[in-house]
Design a protein around this ligand. Structure first.
Ligand SMILES: [Zn+2]
Length: 277
């Protein structure tokens, strides 16, 4: 009788532990892409709901050139900057050779594409209503074809989101030196990462759920000639969404550069962010 009771208690404890630990482990697994290597994490878990959008960015040339000058791996260099407490940050960075680094779990609210410069959503709404800001023609040319899409405010389709940062995953492509175009390896990595994020978070892999920084901020991330972050909405585009959505690399002639050889100061990294071999 005593044995039965102990076995029963034992089974109860096991069930309780499984009930608590299993969801926690699934949460952890689903929160970071298995395609990424882990860099030091910005981890305050300030966003408990899964992401509903993905926003893509390209760095300025300084990120790569400063890393090169310091002979520091671009993923580590950018990761260090993202790791500072008051710094802007994306969840993922993709180096020119297609390696992906993760600096924050996806449920972390990024600081990458907000409307702080306009006084948040309310400020932007006021500026648009008063005419202090106008939606650029190049923005309307693309987004105007979507139902009821008159300004970047209408891209905030998630009713629980008050800023483009809310419930979003941010991906930063590291521009290769003075080039404006992504490398072939960056497109291949971006395509895989995007589809992985969409699958795990249940996001429809198409616009407006997937967009660029220039789409949410055409003023700060564009000129009258078009956007530059990442540079899809312009007369001579620098970024090809077709490759990201459909993987049609061969259809992107003139919109990517071939992958350069890795310099020895930027070796391939293992899953913990250390050089391999
Ligand atoms: Zn950006």
């Amino acid at each position: 009788m005593a044995m039965q009771c102990t076995a029963h208690e034992h089974a109860c404890i096991v069930r309780k532990v499984v009930r608590i630990l299993l969801p926690m482990s699934l949460m952890a697994l689903h929160d970071i892409s298995p395609l990424a290597i882990l860099l030091p994490q910005r981890d305050v878990r300030n966003q408990e709901l899964p992401a509903t959008s993905v926003v893509m960015h390209i760095t300025g040339r300084a990120t790569y050139l400063n890393a090169e000058r310091r002979r520091k791996h671009p993923l580590i260099h950018l990761g260090d900057s993202f790791g500072k407490e008051d710094s802007s940050f994306a969840h993922y960075s993709v180096d020119p050779w297609g390696q992906i680094g993760c600096t924050a779990p996806e449920r972390e609210r990024p600081w990458a594409q907000g409307w702080g410069a306009f006084g948040g959503r309310r400020g932007l709404k006021q500026k648009l209503a008063s005419g202090a800001l106008e939606v650029p023609a190049w923005w309307l040319e693309y987004w105007g074809t979507f139902d009821d899409c008159m300004s970047p405010l209408d891209l905030l389709i998630d009713p629980l989101a008050d800023s483009p940062n809310d419930r979003s995953v941010a991906i930063e492509f590291i521009q290769y030196g003075n080039q404006f175009l992504l490398t072939e390896a960056q497109y291949a990595a971006g395509y895989s990462l995007l589809h992985d994020i969409c699958f795990r978070n249940g996001i429809l892999c198409e616009p407006p759920y997937i967009r660029g920084h220039e789409d949410t901020d055409p003023w700060g991330r564009g000129t009258k000639d078009g956007g530059w972050d990442p540079g899809a909405r312009r007369v001579a585009p620098r970024f090809n969404w077709g490759v990201m959505f459909n993987g049609l690399i061969e259809a992107s002639a003139g919109m990517m550069i071939s992958t350069p050889p890795r310099p020895e100061w930027a070796p391939h990294l293992n899953t913990n962010g250390n050089p391999t071999g």
